[in-house]
Design a protein around this ligand. Sequence first.
Ligand SMILES: Cc1cc2nc3c(=O)[nH]c(=O)nc-3n(C[C@H](O)[C@H](O)[C@H](O)COP(=O)(O)OP(=O)(O)OC[C@H]3O[C@@H](n4cnc5c(N)ncnc54)[C@H](O)[C@@H]3O)c2cc1C
Length: 297
Amino acid sequence: MELPEELLSIPYSRDVPFRKLTTLGLGGVCRWLFEPVTEGQARRFVKTCRAFNLNYRVLGGGSNLLALSDVTVPVMRLALPKELSVTENRVYASASYSHPALARDVADMGLSGIEWACGIPGSFGGALRMNAGAHGGEWGRVVDCVRFLTADGEIIEKKTAISDFSYRSSFLAAGHIALGAWFDLTKGDAGAIKKKMGEYLSIRRQRQPTGRTAGSVFKNPPGKIAGQLIESAGLKGVRIGNAEVSSIHSNFLVNLGDASPSDYWELVKYVRAKVAEAHDCQLELEIEVWSEPKAIF
Ligand SMILES: Cc1cc2nc3c(=O)[nH]c(=O)nc-3n(C[C@H](O)[C@H](O)[C@H](O)COP(=O)(O)OP(=O)(O)OC[C@H]3O[C@@H](n4cnc5c(N)ncnc54)[C@H](O)[C@@H]3O)c2cc1C
């Protein structure tokens, strides 16, 4: 695919395997990976794609993503400076900030309120888009104002309400790109904050596999827990090629080493079909699937 000159003035790499771009560690090749280092470059990316009617995708830390095929459309991964500014209890972090590092860094400053975020991988931008959450906390309840780029390339600062977020989604899903966000924390004791984070991490170590995964593959259906439905359908440990339903947490499907995208995808579909059969319940994907052509689920 030929791309306009305006895009090629933004830092980019060619033919990067999704193995290196995602926590799952499998998939095709990202043909065009653009990594704007300024908001201006990110704007130029979006405006140029818009002007040339080009589809594009946005990548964060790749921790919620299954890339089944090569992706030929331009992919943008923000490489903005990792900005963290704190005034009193008010924090601004840029979207490129590592999500677990953000939780650790504010804890070091004795700021409490996002201890729950410490074990969730990826970028802050991806976490805002996904309304990432754990242990009863989620971004929708914490964030106050989001700075983002619209699909027209305009930069907007939006004061957010809880209604802008939902279970593993947010208003950003409408094609907006998070550039950063403000949120208010409370002053606390750094030792106590880190102790809480240590407890959360220890729970994760006990309940989640350590191999290559994308976290929970399916959303919890209302009033139910996807992992329990999968386990009670007898699927724990089921394997297709080198893709396996974790025996520690059934909603985690693990790439055991060199699982092929098709092994992994077949396992996802198999689990969903078996759960539908056993429980009359259609599981919805929590992970995002990138595929050309679009994968049928
Ligand atoms: C071991 C493990 C444990 C996990 N535990 C949890 C958990 O407890 N709770 C939880 O909620 N999730 C969990 N996850 C899933 C994942 O970490 C979160 O969804 C995370 O917030 C995704 O962020 P990311 O930067 O990796 O996004 P990516 O996977 O790169 O992208 C996810 C989505 O966000 C979009 N996106 C990325 N950056 C931006 C941006 N700047 N602006 C707009 N959209 C953007 C992408 O286009 C895509 O739609 C876990 C994953 C793993 C591997």
